[in-house]
Design a protein around this ligand. Sequence first.
Ligand code: VGL
Ligand code: ZN
Length: 203
Amino acid sequence: MSRALILVDIQNDFVPGGALPVPEGDQIIPVVNQLLPAFDLVVATQDWHPQNHGSFASNHPGKKIYDVIELNGLEQILWPDHCVQGTAGADFVPGLNMNPVEAIFRKGTDPGIDSYSGFFDNGRKKSTGLADYLKGRGIDEVYVVGLAGEFCVNYTILDAAELGFKTYLIKDATRPLDWQNFEQAMGNMRKHGVQIVENKDLL
Ligand code: VGL
Ligand code: ZN
């Protein structure tokens, strides 16, 4: 029995001061750092968009941030430009201890499709390789933390559960863009067998 911690998108653009800030997103950093030694394996995901990414409102003249469009057949929320490859906004938050992170899975690189989950793009057309990596490392339990709670954390968790991992959300090591949407997402996670725990349960 081996357990992995997945750090989801703990990047400068998702904390206060960034391009798509999650309220209090920076407050998870000490909590996550404290959790790291409790796991057999730590991996991270990194939102990593080209400047011409189809999820950016700036690439759709006449559209505004948070408008919803259809992008190659999938519903797409339009975001501010964020986590552009090679920019400071795409870097991991400097206070985060990345030393124990053994692998980083980048996502959102195809301009034609967004990728909220760390496992697959939103159309489930391509895998990032994360599931095979975890299986290759003998992982059967997955704990998920990071940003944003109702988007990339939520979809990573739902895929992990569906892939057969025993899946946990560490609630105080995540923050959402919107708490009401996150509460709804957590209800749905529970329906899929996900357990919701806190930092203190693991120390
Ligand atoms: C995310 C919106 C757009 C996230 C990434 O990491 O939750 N949200 N790209
Ligand atoms: Zn993104």
